[in-house]
Design a protein around this ligand. Structure first.
Ligand code: NOJ
Length: 745
C-alpha cells in the first residue's frame, strides 16, 4: 500500500479550520500543568480535539501534510527525522493552525539513535541496568536536539520463543530482569524529570505480544490472567511506576481480545489498577487490524472500541479522525473519554516543553551525534554484553602473530547494527575487521569465505589456505540484520547457509578457531561448538561492535555477559525457559534414545518429563556466561531463618576470583517458593549485581531482597506473599549453586 496516499486520503475526509492565538506557557508544578491543559482544552473545538488524537507517518516531504496540520488534524507524526523538515512541520502547526499546538514527533529509537548500542537483548545480557540507563540517556541526548520527542521503546515483551524475530527487541525471558531494564530505559530516556532534553518513553507492546503462538509474529496468544499478571505484566508495572509517559497497545489478540480493544486490560489494569495517566497509542494500524481479526465489522466500530478500551491516540488507522465525531453524535462514545484522551496528549506535550521550544537548531542537532560519550558507552556495552560460551584456552588471543579474520559478519557494517537501526549509518560503523586491523599488534589476514550469512558454498579453498598461514582464526558468523526483528520469525535456528561448514573446515586445519556469533536471537549452535576452541556470542552489537569485541578478544577486558534467555540445543525444545512451573514428574536422569533397549517395557523409562532424544536440559541455561577467570561462591548465609512479610532478607556471600584475570561476575539470587496456593516456578530470579574482582581477590558481600518481592498472584487472584518454606540460591547462573532454606511467616 502507498502509505502517503493512504494518509492523505484519510486526512481529506474530515474538514475544518479557524484561527486564534497560540497558547503560551512554561511547565510549572503539577497543578500548573493541569491548569494549562484544562485552559487549552476548553478552547478546542471537537475537531481539534480529535485531530490531536491522530498520528500519521509523515517522512520525506512536508507539503503533502501541510494542509492537514494547518487544519489541526494531526497531533503527532512519526518517521521524519530531518531537523529542517521537522522545524517546517512545527512552524505550520505552531504559527498557522488556530491554536498553535506543536506536533509530538515520534521515532523508533530502539537501541540508540545514530550511535547504535547492541540490540536490546544484548543490552539485557549485560545485567547492568545502570549502563542501560546511560545508553538510553545518550540516545535521548542524540535525538532530542534534532526535534524528536518520543521513542517507541522500551519493548517489554517477555519472550520464551527464539523463533520469534522480535525477541531481539526485548530483555528476554525473565520478568525480574526485564522489569529492571524497563525501569532503566524509562529513566534514561526521560531523565530525572521529563523536560526539553528528554524523550518520552513508550512502553510496548501491551500486552503478551511476545507469546505469539509458534513464534510466528502477529499470531495470537493464549495467556491466562494469572500467567499474564505473574510473568508478562510485571515489567510494564515497573515501567509505569518509574514514570513512563506513554504506552503502546499490541497487535496480538489474547484469548480472543485484541489489545487495542481490550478494555479490561487497558482501562482496567493499566489505568484503574495501576493509575497510569499517560498517553496510550495504538500500534501501527492495530485499530484497523481489529477488522482483519474479525473482532469489529468496520473501522467505525474499531474506533469506538479502542476509545472505550482507553486508547488516546490512533497510529495510522485514521479511525478516530474519520469516525469519532459521528460516533459522538450518535451517542456511541462519551465526550468525557475524548477529553480525557486529549488531556493525556497535551500533558505529554507540555511536560516535554514543546510549547516553549517547538523548534530546533539543525547545527546543534548535528553536533549532538556520535559524541565521545556515546561512542565509548556503546563500546563498553558491547564488551559487557558479549557472552563467552566456550573457551578451551583460545581466548584471549595470546602469542598470535598472524591472525586470520574470516566469516560473513567480520566486515558487515549494515548487518552488525541489527534490527531497528533506521538511523544508524553504515559508514560510521566500526566492524571487527577494522577494529582488529587498528588494534591487533600483528599481521591480519582477511578472507571472508562467505559474503553474507545465507550464502551456500561447498568448499572454502582460499580461506583454508589463509588459515594455514595463520596462528589463529577468528570466524565471525551469525545472522544478517534482516533475519530478526518484526515479522522475521524463523523455524530453523541453526547457523544459516554454509556457516557451520566453514567452521568445520577451519577446525580441521588444526589451528585454534574462535567463533564469534553476531545474531538477533539465541541460535541453536550446539553443532558448531565442536568446530571451535572458543565461542563468543554477541547479539548484534551496533556501531561500536568492532572495538567492543576486539577489547574482549585481545584481552583488554574479560567477558561478563550472561544469557538473558535460555539457549536451546534444538528448536524442537521450544518453549524451554528456566522459570517453568514445578512438574509432578520432574526429570531424574532417565535413559536417552541410544540407551533404551529394544522392546523395553512401556513404563521402564521412569515416566518423567523429558525428551527421549534431547533430555531435559538446554544447551546453556539462563544467566550463563564464562569469563577469563573462575569465580567461586562460599559462605552463603541469610541474616535470619524466618522473615515477616514486610522484612528485608539480607543474603551474605563471599565471592572469590580464583583465576588469573581481573573480571566481573554477575551474581544472581534465585528463589523457589516450596508450596503455593497455585503451582510455582522451580526458580525465579529475585536479585542480581555485578561484582568486579582482581585475580586472587576475595570479597565478603551482601545483597538485599525485600520479602514483598516474593509476592505473586495466587489462587485468590490477589498479589500476596504466601507464608511457608523457600529455597534460595546465590550463583553465577540459574542452574548451579546449593540451596539455602528460609521461611516466611
Ligand atoms: C510497528 C511495531 O510493532 C512497533 O513496535 C513500532 O513502534 C511501530 N510499528 C512504529 O514504527
Amino acid at each position: 500500500m502507498n502509505i502517503r496516499y493512504f494518509v492523505l486520503a484519510a486526512l481529506a475526509s474530515a474538514a475544518f479550520s479557524c484561527a486564534s492565538p497560540k497558547p503560551e506557557g512554561t511547565l510549572g508544578a503539577g497543578s500548573e500543568l493541569d491548569r494549562k491543559v484544562e485552559d487549552l482544552l476548553s478552547r478546542m473545538t471537537l475537531q481539534e480535539k480529535i485531530g490531536q488524537m491522530n498520528q500519521i507517518s509523515a517522512g520525506g516531504e512536508v507539503a503533502p501534510y501541510a494542509a492537514a496540520i494547518r487544519e489541526g488534524k494531526v497531533g503527532s507524526i512519526l518517521n521524519e527525522v530531518d531537523p529542517v523538515r521537522l522545524n517546517e512541520f512545527q512552524r505550520i502547526a505552531v504559527e498557522q493552525s488556530r491554536l498553535g499546538i506543536p506536533i509530538l514527533v515520534g521515532r523508533d529509537i530502539i537501541h540508540g539513535y545514530r550511535t547504535l548500542f547492541p540490540i536490546p537483548l544484548g543490552i539485557a545480557a549485560t545485567f547492568d541496568p545502570e549502563l542501560a540507563r546511560t545508553g538510553a540517556a545518550l540516545a535521548a541526548a542524540e535525538a532530542r536536539p534534532g526535534g524528536i520527542h518520543w521513542t517507541f521503546s522500551p519493548m517489554l515483551d517477555i519472550a520464551r520463543d527464539p523463533r520469534w524475530g522480535r525477541i531481539a527487541e526485548g530483555s528476554g525471558e525473565d520478568p525480574y530482569l526485564d522489569a529492571c531494564m524497563a525501569e532503566a530505559f524509562v529513566r534514561g530516556y526521560q531523565g530525572e524529570r521529563p523536560g526539553s532534553s528528554s524523550l518520552a518513553a513508550c512502553i510496548k507492546h501491551f500486552a503478551g505480544y511476545g507469546a505469539a503462538e509458534g513464534g510466528r509474529d502477529y499470531a495470537g496468544t493464549q495467556i491466562p490472567e494469572r500467567l499474564l499478571r505473574n510473568v508478562y505484566l510485571p515489567p510494564f508495572e515497573a515501567a509505569v511506576k518509574a514514570g513512563a509517559m506513554t504506552l503502546m497497545t499490541s497487535f496480538n489478540e489474547n484469548d480472543g481480545l485484541p489489545s487495542t480493544g481490550n478494555a479490561p486490560l487497558v482501562r482496567g489494569i493499566l489505568r484503574e489498577e495501576w493509575g497510569f495517566d499517560g498517553l496510550v497509542v495504538t500500534d501501527w494500524n492495530s485499530m484497523g487490524e481489529m477488522i482483519a481479526h474479525g473482532f469489529t465489522p468496520d473501522r467505525k466500530e474499531a474506533a469506538r472500541q479502542a476509545l472505550e478500551a482507553g486508547v488516546d491516540m490512533d497510529m495510522m488507522t485514521f479511525g478516530f479522525l474519520s469516525h469519532l465525531e459521528e460516533l459522538l453524535k450518535e451517542r456511541k462514545v462519551r465526550m468525557a473519554d475524548i477529553d480525557e484522551a486529549v488531556r493525556h496528549i497535551l500533558k505529554v506535550k507540555y511536560m516535554l516543553g514543546l510549547f516553549d521550544s517547538p523548534y530546533v537548531d539543525p547545527a546543534a542537532a548535528e553536533s549532538a551525534l556520535y559524541t565521545e560519550d556515546a561512542l565509548s558507552a556503546a563500546r563498553r556495552t558491547v564488551a559487557e554484553s558479549a557472552i563467552l560460551l566456550k573457551n578451551e584456552g583460545a581466548l584471549p588471543l595470546k602469542g598470535v602473530r598472524t591472525l586470520l579474520v574470516t566469516g560473513p559478519m567480520a566486515d558487515s557494517p549494515h548487518d552488525q547494527l541489527g534490527t531497528w537501526s533506521f538511523d544508524g549509518e553504515k559508514d560510521r560503523t566500526v566492524t571487527p575487521l577494522r577494529a582488529l586491523r587498528e588494534q591487533f599488534d600483528g599481521n591480519v589476514l582477511y578472507v571472508p569465505g562467505l559474503k553474507y550469512t545465507r550464502e551456500v558454498r561447498t568448499s572454502f579453498p582460499e580461506v583454508l589456505e589463509a588459515a594455514r598461514k595463520a596462528d589463529a582464526v577468528l570466524a565471525f558468523v551469525g545472522e544478517e540484520a534482516i533475519l530478526s526483528g518484526e515479522a522475521h520469525s524463523l523455524a530453523d535456528l541453526n547457523l544459516i547457509g554454509s556457516q557451520s561448514d566453514l567452521l568445520k573446515a577451519l577446525k580441521a586445519t588444526g589451528k585454534p578457531v574462535v567463533a564469534v556469533v553476531m545474531a538477533g536471537r539465541p541460535l541453536t549452535i550446539e553443532r558448531d561448538l565442536p568446530s571451535c576452541d572458543a565461542m563468543l556470542y554477541s547479539f548484534h552489537p551496533g556501531t561500536m561492535g568492532g572495538p567492543g569485541l576486539a577489547d574482549l578478544l585481545l584481552g583488554k577486558t574479560s567477558p561478563s555477559g550472561k544469557t538473558p534467555v535460555t539457549f536451546l540445543r534444538t528448536v524442537g525444545q521450544v518453549p524451554m525457559y528456566y522459570n517453568h512451573n514445578m512438574s509432578g514428574r520432574p526429570y531424574q536422569n532417565e535413559k536417552l534414545l541410544d540407551e533404551i533397549g529394544l522392546e523395553a517395557g512401556q513404563t521402564s523409562l521412569g515416566n518423567t518429563s523429558y525428551y527421549l532424544d534431547y533430555g531435559a536440559s538446554p544447551l546453556f541455561p539462563f544467566g550463563f556466561g564464562l569469563s577469563y577467570t573462575n569465580f567461586a561462591f562460599s559462605d552463603i548465609t541469610l541474616d535470619r531463618d524466618c522473615y515477616g512479610k514486610d522484612d528485608v532478607i539480607r543474603v551474605s556471600y563471599t565471592l572469590s576470583n580464583t583465576g588469573q584475570a581481573e573480571a566481573t561476575e554477575v551474581v544472581q539470587v534465585y528463589v523457589r517458593d516450596l508450596v503455593g496456593s497455585v503451582v510455582r516456578p522451580v526458580k525465579e530470579l529475585k536479585a542480581f549485581e555485578r561484582v568486579t574482582l582482581a585475580p586472587g581477590e576475595r570479597k565478603a558481600l551482601s545483597i538485599e531482597i525485600p520479602v514483598s518481592r516474593l509476592s505473586f498472584y495466587g489462587r485468590n487472584g490477589e498479589r500476596t506473599v504466601e507464608p511457608g518454606g523457600f529455597l534460595l540460591w546465590v550463583a553465577g547462573d540459574s542452574a548451579t549453586g546449593e540451596p539455602v532454606p528460609f521461611e516466611v511467616r
